[in-house]
Ligand binder design. Structure first.
Ligand code: PPS
Length: 570
């Protein structure tokens, strides 16, 4: 399997002149505005990154990919690459028709000749592709709560690549990389896939891999979509550039990959292998817990730490790319070097050091030391810029509970305490205030409530990103929407969910605004707790019982929680 993967591969683009003509014609077609994930998928479809796919999967291919990791003709393909659209859009489109695919600004990037339209069995997709129908898996959550319900399949005609303004010189299509490898005579190339900054262990691992495979090295970080909460790609690319100085430039190169990861563990590893082969690589590094999604809702790992290596090994001959597998690398203090954990024969007599991802986040959050044996000073300094100690970051406190539960009162008291303390601007997004200023046209249907909460989430995420404190106090009855808001905010700072757990009976007894009476009389429809649902938060950061506590005491509990989480200096 040592032949190079350097020759050109097919793309789905038409010539420049045809594209110009087709674009004008496509202006009249029904058009779909691509979601961020679909933009990533389309780019890799068009540039050959997903070769041999010719478009978004049709139903027969989809069914076989889900069940057997293969297209309908038997070709190995582990990940459904599907175009999900809203029911309203789907209703106006039939197989046999062409549609235009546009980016967020409305630029037509491609047309799709629709061959299939169907409603997928998402439960089956979750079970088969991701191993469990559990929303704790980011891709399963995406499938059930973000993805639309109808899939369109069909061949793509590529008109132009998506436009990127960031790091343009560092992005390469498969054919650009293949041409580069031909030019510099790299016949064997080992790819390193990553969604994290590189530390010394990664450098050692990549050096070893290149040595083992006698190959050149391609650092191939994902800059499309990674796991919610990951370090943003701007910071990561600055970190990569800092580390690249440590590699010999004649044997190592870096290129950015606009992939939307699914965190699908073993299947994702095989997918990554096929994508790297398309990008001209002959080898790929698969380490411990490759593309791992974290813990399931029972607190256990979704996949075994080396399941991805096993599945890759099983299929590598067919894939045409070889795995360089690595066990966990740890630092051996006495020898001042990194070694694979399972190859340390004298482990009784040496000091083995390791800093996990969680421990690194803790040290950054608390402004603690990050030792030189673990990372490079330039990388640590970049990370400290984006992840200052928690007490200097923005955050959001998100109260949820029934109307009249005491959310607003506690939120106000908390705001005053935080303002007394000073240091960061504090904004209160109270349910009633928001409905007056941001959401005055909205009612209380599920759709409107979701829109209202998403607006609050958006504003809170901007405040958090810019180092302020946002205090939100809406009812926010739906767990799924609260989770979406949490994910949006957690990319910038902490999200502290506080369930104000006053019972509906007590809220009705208090009936401070006289609304419960009206709700009982049917004069207010869809009233939360009376005639509309409320999902009790399963794992809020804090749950407050208000029935036997003063407001000040409740606010103090939140204050202590914030202190305990390191968000305010003790
Ligand atoms: S939601 O579900 O989060 O969008 O609700 P929110 O924006 O917090 O608005 C809740 C306030 O609106 C009043 N109100 C109702 N609440 C619930 N259900 C219905 N149908 C309804 N109609 C009006 C109520 O006073 C809520 O105020 P709070 O501050 O929660 O008591």
């Amino acid at each position: 399997m040592n032949a190079s993967n350097n020759s050109p591969i097919p793309e789905l683009y038409v010539s420049h002149d045809s594209a110009r003509k087709l674009k004008v014609e496509a202006g009249d077609l029904p058009s779909w505005d691509l979601t961020p994930r679909q933009m990533c998928d389309l780019e890799l479809l068009m540039n050959g990154g997903f070769n041999p796919l010719k478009g978004f999967l049709g139903q027969a291919d989809y069914d076989n990919v889900v069940k057997n990791m293969r297209l309908a003709d038997g070709t190995l393909w582990p990940m459904p690459v599907t175009l999900d659209v809203s029911d309203a859009f789907a209703a106006g489109v039939s197989p046999g028709q062409d549609i235009a695919l546009r980016d967020a600004e409305g630029v037509i990037l491609a047309t799709l000749s629709v061959s299939d339209k169907w409603q997928p069995d998402k439960h089956l997709e979750a079970e088969k592709v991701f191993g469990a129908d559990d929303d704790a898996h980011p891709a399963v959550n995406f499938l059930h709560n973000i993805s639309h319900d109808t899939y369109l399949g069909g061949a793509i005609t590529g008109l132009q690549p998506p436009i990127h303004y960031d790091f343009r010189a560092l992005r390469d299509t498969p054919n650009e990389l293949r041409a580069y490898f031909r030019k510099v005579g790299w016949n064997k190339v080992v790819a390193f896939q990553t969604r994290n900054p590189l530390h010394r262990a990664h450098q050692e691992l990549t050096f070893r891999a290149a040595r083992e495979a006698q190959a050149n090295l391609l650092i191939h970080p994902v800059v499309g979509m990674t796991k919610p909460g990951d370090i943003d790609h701007f910071t990561r690319v600055r970190c990569y550039e800092a580390v690249l100085d440590q590699y010999p430039s004649s044997t190592t190169s870096m290129s950015l990959l606009n992939l939307a990861m699914r965190m699908g563990g073993p299947r994702e590893a095989v997918w990554h292998g096929l994508i790297r082969k398309n990008h001209g690589c002959t080898h790929m590094i698969v380490g411990r817990d490759h593309a791992g999604p974290g813990k399931n809702s029972a607190g256990e790992d979704f996949y075994g730490p080396y399941d991805a290596q096993e599945l890759f090994r099983e299929h590598q001959a067919e894939m045409g790319i070889e795995m360089v597998d690595f066990r966990h690398m740890v630092y051996v203090h006495e020898r001042a070097q990194y070694e694979p954990n399972d190859e340390i024969a004298d482990r009784e007599n040496v000091t083995i050091l390791n800093i996990s991802g969680t421990e690194l986040r803790r040290r950054l959050a608390e402004g603690l030391e990050i030792p030189e044996w673990f990372s490079f000073p330039a990388v640590v300094s970049e990370l400290r810029k984006t992840r200052p100690p928690r007490a200097e970051q923005g955050f959001t406190v998100f109260f949820t509970g029934f109307s009249g539960s005491g959310k607003s009162t506690i939120a106000n008291a908390l705001m005053v305490k935080l303002m007394e303390m000073g240091g960061r601007p504090v904004t209160l997004l109270d349910g009633d205030i928001v409905r007056k200023n941001l959401s005055s046209e909205l009612g209380f249907s599920k759709e409107h409530r979701d829109l209202n909460i998403r607006r609050i989430g958006y504003v809170a995420s901007e405040i958090t990103k810019n180092g302020g404190i946002a205090i939100c106090a809406p009812i926010a009855p739906y767990a799924v929407t609260r989770r979406a808001v949490r994910e949006e905010i957690e990319s910038f700072g902490a999200f502290v969910e506080v369930h104000v757990a006053t019972s509906i009976e007590e809220c009705e007894r208090r009936d401070r605004k006289g609304l419960y009476k009206l709700a009982r009389e049917g004069k207010i429809k869809e009233f939360t707790g009376i005639s509309d649902p409320y999902d009790v938060p399963a794992n809020p950061e804090l749950r407050i019982e208000t029935e036997n506590s003063e407001v000040d005491n409740c606010a103090h509990q939140v204050f202590l929680k914030l202190e305990n989480m390191g968000l305010i200096a003790g």
